[in-house]
Ligand binder design. Structure first.
Ligand code: SAM
Length: 242
């Protein structure tokens, strides 16, 4: 069960984000990478579970829609690679995407994401259909049609390299390749080295005041004290260039 993961109980620093309070879902908590065990060889490359700041996700998607993507929003599938409990998936499903898919390696987190999706749907908040797939990023089969991949720093360089290779193979021969939206883009050098993508944005996306306040409070309450929140996230947006 998800609750047994350190970081998801009050004793290990759990505090609810206002997103959960407002929507009756469960996406709060910070689970360090070393506690994210699924049995997959890629477990040791996982960074952590933490839900994206809603204002950062909304700001990044807005910038991408302004960057002249190759199709209209209603033709794109947004794939959140490393979806955790599904906060970004829920938000994306309130936008007019064709569909939203969350891919999560950890089965306990994927189960929580599915429950959140059910709550979100029954509250009438989902405009786009939602699917949660419990899979490794490098093994996921992408749906047909244009896909935009959202990454909130899910894994380190080794898996990032393997994932980009997988992505290129999955989209070989397709008319529109995958765009990438990357928050806390620690491995952006791996994309840059790859001629398949062209960077169209690099910079800070601001957290709203209430998200900054919430994330600071939440992260300060973590007993391990190994994470901190700034008032922004370093982000980049990549268009498929081939
Ligand atoms: C920082 S969280 C992001 C959560 C979500 N995208 C959001 O923004 O709210 C990163 C997630 O990536 C997942 N992850 C790490 N490695 C993965 C892999 N190889 N395949 C799929 N998911 C992975 C972790 O389990 C974790 O839940």
């Amino acid at each position: 069960m998800g609750n047994r993961m350190p970081g998801l109980t009050v004793a290990t620093g759990l505090m609810k984000h206002p997103f959960d309070q407002a929507n009756g879902v469960r996406t709060s908590g910070l689970v360090a990478g070393r506690h994210l065990k699924s049995g997959h060889r890629h477990d040791r490359h996982a960074t952590a579970y933490y839900g994206v700041a809603p204002s950062v996700f909304a700001g990044l998607v807005r910038r991408w829609t302004e960057s002249h993507p190759k199709a209209s929003l209603k033709q794109w599938t947004l794939v959140d690679m490393g979806a955790g409990m599904g906060r970004a998936v829920l938000m994306a499903s309130s936008m007019p995407f064709l569909q939203v898919v969350g891919v999560e390696l950890n089965p306990a987190l994927a189960r929580i994401a599915r429950r959140n999706a059910a709550i979100w749907r029954s509250a009438g908040r989902a405009v786009a259909p939602i699917r949660i797939s419990c899979a490794d990023a490098t093994e996921f089969r992408f749906p047909v049609g244009p896909c935009v991949v959202f990454l909130f720093n899910p894994f380190g360089a080794t898996v990032m390299r393997r994932f980009l290779t997988h992505l290129r193979r999955q989209f070989a021969g397709r008319p529109i390749g995958p765009d990438i939206l990357y928050v806390n883009h620690e491995q952006e050098g791996e994309i840059e080295r790859n001629a398949a993508w062209k960077r169209v944005f690099q910079g800070r996306i601001q957290r709203s005041r209430s998200d900054t306040k919430a994330d600071r409070k939440i992260l300060e309450s973590q007993p391990d004290g190994e994470y901190a929140a700034a008032s922004y996230e370093d982000c980049s947006i990549w268009h498929w260039a081939e």
